[in-house]
Write a protein that binds this ligand. Sequence first.
Ligand SMILES: NC(=O)c1ccc[n+]([C@@H]2O[C@H](COP(=O)([O-])OP(=O)(O)OC[C@H]3O[C@@H](n4cnc5c(N)ncnc54)[C@H](O)[C@@H]3O)[C@@H](O)[C@H]2O)c1
Length: 273
Amino acid sequence: MRAHSNKRIFISGGASGLGQALAERYAKAAWAVFICDINEARGEAVLQKLKALGTDAHFMRADVTVLSDLQLCADWLRANWGGVDTVVNNAGVAVGGTIGETPMEDWEWILNINLLGVVRGFKVFTPLFKEQGHGQFISTASAAGLVHLPRMGAYNASKSAVVALSETMKLELASSNIRVSVVCPSFFKTNLVESLRCVDPEARLAAGRLLTDSLRSADTIADFVYNKAERNRFMILPDKEARAARFFKRFLPSSLFFRALSQAETLSLKKTV
Ligand SMILES: NC(=O)c1ccc[n+]([C@@H]2O[C@H](COP(=O)([O-])OP(=O)(O)OC[C@H]3O[C@@H](n4cnc5c(N)ncnc54)[C@H](O)[C@@H]3O)[C@@H](O)[C@H]2O)c1
């Protein structure tokens, strides 16, 4: 093993998409990388890639809906690497559909992973960070956590709650020397469509195309996140659509903002359906 930079990162949902890209980006910067995921086959494959990059790496099957799974990850880090410097709450899934189409069980499913998975990450790792006297949380929200298009209510709600929680944690943990960042990208190419729950086949196809046809790669997003997180940026907006959406929401009168959003939505549906 290459002597690592003495920095250690933990990434949930590290077996695919952005989690995998972040794992590889930090490995290239000589960090020791621990990934967890529920997909064991992909987790093992990413682990081999990380080892081939010459850094210390570890994979554990862990489900972010299970607090004790995350606790086992934290215990492993304390016992084997003496702690962890950065924790990325990244595991996530998608739900599409109107309020009428989306069953309550899909609301409960997505909130348990996208929101409560992040809550569990904060709960489990905050005591370890406090014990060490330092730490950094990076949570993957989405541009959907800042501006909220129709037929994405469950996903939008889960991601805006991650932004709210991150703002709260930034203030709550600052005096313990714990840094907090939140990442809000627009669509980029990953396997997220595999998890998508959506009853309307046309909407499913449209959402799938937005993900699979995106020209933005997870590697590009990961590189941006790495650079901004190292500079201790709170709000990380990796692409121009996300930056524009946030800008318009802050500065346009709400009537103009909603008109612009509905035009953007019509355009994106024309492009995708
Ligand atoms: N792809 C996009 O366009 C996009 C845009 C904005 C935000 N995001 C967010 O980025 C994050 C990563 O998603 P991605 O696009 O890389 O998708 P992905 O499906 O490629 O990766 C997500 C990973 O999370 C894992 N996972 C799902 N449920 C889990 C659980 N309960 N416990 C542990 N692991 C679990 C999956 O097995 C998968 O490996 C998600 O939070 C997603 O909402 C994605």
